[in-house]
Design a protein around this ligand. Structure first.
Ligand code: ADP
Length: 477
């Protein structure tokens, strides 16, 4: 079975969020199940630089100008098609925005080309390899199912929503630039309130639609989290399902992680204490073992609920706890966290920026990883926290509620608790969660049992890969 994954980023070549972790891990997990996977990516500079390029597959004159399709391999041996179009992709900084955080004006063309190229590969532009399934990820690849529909479905299609909040909506006049049949611009098509929506295209035209957790798959069919697409998602009914993301053990495993101060495992935890002391020292916090160290590793956006964290930071520090944050995004939030750290440097430390290596050190060195999101399609940081023995403190929403079991009395009694879960999106509820964490911390035996349960929880990619394989087979691939 040949499957072409189509996405805008892929770890370790390029990562701005969880999407890259998924596209980096899934092809490797699918391979042993008999799936021959290739990935199609835009030729962003770090992607071209990170691949061993074999050569050119084809060249095209397109609505987006002259482009070449190259073929290469990642250092892990994953086969990758990459679109070489320097006039579109070779720009400094973020793949989606300019230096002032403004989306590039030609994003509709840059990402339409990604979907368009998927359809060419499905039609057989590479004489040596042709997919039976095109699996497109997020709005950037949302037009792939539409371009396939436009040429009579040369392959079946799956579209995965990693975050419904980012939809790729463009002005109606941009539709003319992307080379699709005029009748596609319709309410029964990719038209969304008079605009062109890449996300809607993916949902409307794909044979199957998935999202990254079962709970989020249900939530997005309601008005609160449907982002205006809940009606269409309800219509897609049986074609929509949730497949929980996994953790790549080659990247995220405290037993074999070269990025952390000392290795450790569920059986041998001594190294975790060393990692905590190292993190405290690096960040200028007081080096103490007997107080819980709370952490956040996140994009700083409204979605992630970090303004709630700002409101209740004193609930952590007043109880003697410490807090460390690694993140970037919203400028006001960055500034507010910096101020909090400046006011209380022995208990609060903040690093603004994106730092893959430091994110591992935080997971290893902290006791609690906070993910108080307003909504969360799957969430990976809480999964990394579980694996690294940092208890997740999360809101009961989306993938967070599918992956963390609250330390209620009954769950403790049954030995199934892995963290602390609160319900409402409010600072009061988050405070209750913090208090529960401190109550558990005061019972070291129970703390250790919960940590152990979390570290031993199985969120491997095998389960997800098997479910995607079943889905491809159900499509007759
Ligand atoms: P999202 O995709 O919504 O950002 P996820 O939890 O699914 O959220 O994935 C976030 C990924 O990005 C995780 O791998 C997390 O460790 C990483 N990450 C987020 N912010 C940073 C940062 N500032 N530095 C390093 N890694 C980060």
């Amino acid at each position: 079975m040949r499957v072409l994954h189509v996405c805008a980023e892929m770890f370790p070549l390029l990562k701005t969020g969880g999407l890259a972790d998924v596209s980096g891990a899934l092809p490797l997990a699918l391979a042993p199940l008999g799936c021959e996977v290739r990935v199609l990516l835009p030729g962003f500079p770090s992607i071209l630089a990170g691949l061993a390029i074999d050569g050119e597959v084809a060249s095209f004159e397109t609505f987006a100008g002259a482009v070449r399709l190259l073929f290469g391999k990642t250092s892990d041996g994953v086969a990758v098609y990459v679109i070489e179009a320097p006039h579109l992709y070779e720009r400094g900084g973020n793949p989606y925005q300019d230096g002032n955080h403004h989306p590039y004006a030609d994003n509709h063309v840059r990402f339409a080309l990604l979907g368009w190229m998927a359809a060419r590969i499905a039609e057989g532009c590479d004489p040596y390899w042709r997919p039976s399934v095109v699996h497109a990820h997020d709005w950037h690849a949302g037009l792939a199912p539409a371009y396939l529909a436009a040429v009579g479905h040369p392959a079946r299609s799956v579209f995965t929503i990693h975050n419904l909040a980012y939809q790729g909506v463009f002005s109606p006049s941009d539709f003319a630039a992307v080379d699709l049949p005029a009748h596609f611009f319709d309410v029964n098509g990719l038209e969304f309130h008079g605009h062109l929506s890449f996300m809607k295209a993916g949902i409307f035209y794909a044979d199957r639609v998935t999202t990254v957790s079962p709970t989020y798959a249900t939530e997005i069919t309601g008005t609160e989290q449907g982002c205006g697409l809940d009606g269409l998602l309800r219509d897609r009914g049986g074609a929509l399902s949730g497949v929980l993301n996994g953790v790549d053990p080659a990247i995220w495993n405290p037993e074999h992680d070269a990025l952390i101060a000392a290795s450790y495992s569920a059986d041998k935890l001594a190294g975790k204490a060393k990692c905590k002391a190292a993190l405290q020292a690096t960040m200028g916090l007081e080096v103490v073992a007997d107080k819980p160290l709370f952490a956040v590793v996140s994009r700083l956006t409204e979605q992630k609920g970090l303004h709630l964290v700002l409101e209740v930071l004193h609930e952590i520090t007043d109880r003697g706890g410490q807090f460390v944050l690694l993140g970037s995004g919203d400028a006001a939030m960055e500034a507010a966290f910096r101020v909090a750290a400046a006011e209380n440097p022995s208990q609060i430390a903040v690093k603004i920026g994106y730092d893959e290596s430091f994110s591992h050190q935080i997971m290893a060195g902290s006791d609690v990883i906070m993910v108080p999101s307003r909504f969360e399609p799957c969430g990976l940081t809480q999964l990394y926290g579980l694996k690294y023995g940092a208890l997740p403190l999360v809101r009961r929403v989306g993938g967070l509620s599918d992956t963390v079991v609250d330390c209620s009395l009954e769950n403790l009694h049954e030995g199934i608790a892995t963290g602390a879960v609160f319900n409402e999106f409010s600072s009061e509820e988050l405070t209750r969660g913090i208090r529960r964490i401190f109550a558990l911390w005061a019972r070291p035996k129970e703390w250790k049992a919960v940590r152990l349960q979390g570290m031993n929880a199985d969120f491997g990619w095998d389960t997800a890969a098997a479910q995607y394989c079943d889905l491809y087979r159900a499509l007759g691939a």
